[in-house]
Design a protein around this ligand. Structure first.
Ligand code: SME
Length: 137
């Protein structure tokens, strides 16, 4: 049964699997759009605790992807002006929108402590992960 709790548990396990198995994935989380509000809410994550469980549309890398519907690969977070820092050890980030029935409903967000680690392979792989996740929502 796809109740909210079991979905969150499964999303957590996906975050953990990704972080534990891919060297350059140091923080992995899923944000989803809040109903009736122009903001994203953190559903589950693995990695350092973050203060940013609510992100307004347009703010930071995540907030920009909520509006653009496009992958956002950031090789160097320090070069971004519209960026929300979660941890000083983070050097790079990738955010891939999650589509359900063609609609951008959320995203997977990954932070890395390596500089410029993300390639098109990560994009294709994480697009696939999100497509699989969409099926259990
Ligand atoms: N860096 C993100 C905020 C979320 S943290 O990475 C967990 C951003 O700029 O949107």
């Amino acid at each position: 049964e796809n109740n909210d709790e079991s979905v969150t548990d499964r999303l957590y396990m996906i975050c953990k699997l990704l972080k534990d198995n891919i060297d350059h994935y140091d923080w992995v989380g899923f944000y989803f759009k809040n109903e009736d509000k122009e903001e994203l809410k953190l559903r589950t994550y693995v990695g350092e605790k973050t203060d940013h469980d609510i992100i307004p549309f347009g703010k930071g890398i995540c907030g920009q992807v909520a509006i653009s519907n496009k992958n956002f690969v950031v090789p160097d977070v320090q070069a971004q002006s519209n960026y929300i820092a979660c941890s000083l050890t983070v050097k790079s980030e990738i955010v891939i929108p999650l589509f359900k029935n063609g609609e951008n409903i959320g995203q997977i967000d990954i932070d890395s402590e390596s500089s410029d680690p993300f390639t098109e392979k990560d994009e294709r792989f994480l697009e696939f992960v999100n497509q699989e996740v969409a099926k259990i929502l």
